[in-house]
Design a protein around this ligand. Structure first.
Ligand code: FES
Length: 282
C-alpha cells in the first residue's frame, strides 16, 4: 500500500515537472520571437523630425533614426507607403507589414497661444510697472500684431515674463516671455509696442486716486467732459515730476481744453494731489 502511494507521488512530481519545463520552453521561445515591424496609418509627432519609431510599431533599435522633416506646426501631411518602405529599407528595416496601406498621414502636434491670451499676459507683465495701474485698465498697441502663436507641443510651460520694461515718458513697452518644455529648454517670445492706461485704472481697490479725490474736493471737475484727459495727463506729470511748479502744471495740461473751470481749480487740484502723494510716501 505504502509502495503504491510512493509510486503515485513520484508519477505526479514527474508529470508536474514535465509541464513546468514545457511552459518554460514556451516562454523562452516567445521571448526569442522578434515581432514584425508594422506600419502605422496615422502618426503624430511633437518635434520637427519624423523617426522610424514614429512610422512603425516594433522598430527596435532603429526607432530613433530620423527619416523625414515633420510638417509645419499644427499641420498634417501624407507619405506614400512605397516611399516609406524604400526609406526604411535603406536603414535595414525590412519585412514591414504594410496592412495594405497606400499612404500614412503625419500630424505635427502644436500648442497654440491665442492672441487675446498673449495680450492678457503682456498686460499682466506690465501691471503696476513704472506707474502703470491694473492690467485690466491697460490698452496695448503692438508694433506687430502677435496673432496666434504656434509652438511645438512639448512647450507646455506657462508664459513666464523674464523681461518687462515700460517707459512712462513715451508709453513704450518691451516684454519677453520664456515657455519651458519637458526637457528644460525654453522658447522665447518678445513683444513690443505702446501701453496706455485708461482713466478707469486710476482708482485702486475701490479707493480714489489722490488726483480724483482732489478734483472732486476742489471743483477741478465740473461738466466732466475734459476730466479723463486732464487726470491722465496730470498723473503722467506727477509720475515724472512729483512736485511740479504751477508753470510746469500749466505747460503739461496745455493740450487739454476745459470750458467750465477756468483752469484755476484744476491747477489747485493737481497741486493738492501732489502734496497728498508726497505725504503718503513719508
Ligand atoms: S469740466 Fe467741463 S470742460 Fe472741463
Amino acid at each position: 500500500m505504502i509502495a503504491r502511494a510512493l509510486l503515485l507521488a513520484t508519477a505526479l512530481i514527474a508529470a508536474s515537472s514535465a509541464a513546468a519545463v514545457a511552459q518554460t520552453q514556451e516562454i523562452f521561445a516567445n521571448r526569442n520571437v522578434i515581432a514584425a515591424p508594422v506600419l502605422r496609418a496615422n502618426v503624430q509627432v511633437s518635434g520637427d523630425l519624423v523617426r522610424i519609431g514614429d512610422v512603425i510599431d516594433n522598430a527596435g533599435s532603429a526607432a530613433q533614426i530620423a527619416i523625414y522633416r515633420a510638417p509645419d506646426l499644427g499641420t498634417t501631411g501624407s507619405l506614400p507607403v512605397a516611399q516609406v518602405l524604400n526609406t526604411l529599407r535603406a536603414h535595414q528595416v525590412i519585412g514591414v507589414d504594410t496592412r495594405d496601406l497606400k499612404e500614412i498621414s503625419v500630424t505635427r502636434l502644436a500648442r497654440t497661444l491665442e492672441s487675446k491670451d498673449i495680450e492678457l499676459q503682456v498686460a499682466r507683465a506690465l501691471e503696476r510697472r513704472n506707474g502703470l495701474g491694473d492690467a485690466a485698465n491697460l490698452s496695448l498697441t503692438f508694433d506687430r500684431d502677435p496673432g496666434d502663436v504656434r509652438l511645438d507641443a512639448g512647450f507646455t510651460g506657462g508664459m513666464l515674463p523674464t523681461i518687462a520694461r515700460y517707459d512712462n515718458r513715451n508709453g513704450r513697452f518691451d516684454v519677453t516671455f520664456e515657455i519651458a518644455n519637458e526637457n528644460g529648454a525654453a522658447a522665447k517670445l518678445r513683444f513690443t509696442g505702446t501701453a496706455i492706461e485708461t482713466v478707469e485704472g486710476l482708482a485702486s481697490n475701490g479707493k480714489l486716486h489722490p488726483l480724483q479725490a482732489a478734483f472732486a474736493d476742489l471743483g477741478g471737475a465740473q461738466c466732466g467732459y475734459c476730466t479723463p484727459g486732464i487726470l491722465m495727463t496730470a498723473k503722467a506729470l506727477l509720475d515724472r515730476e512729483p512736485n511740479p511748479s504751477r508753470e510746469r502744471i500749466k505747460e503739461a495740461i496745455s493740450g487739454n481744453l476745459c470750458r467750465c473751470t477756468g483752469y484755476q481749480q484744476i491747477y489747485e487740484s493737481i497741486e493738492e494731489a501732489a502734496k497728498t502723494i508726497q505725504e503718503s510716501k513719508r
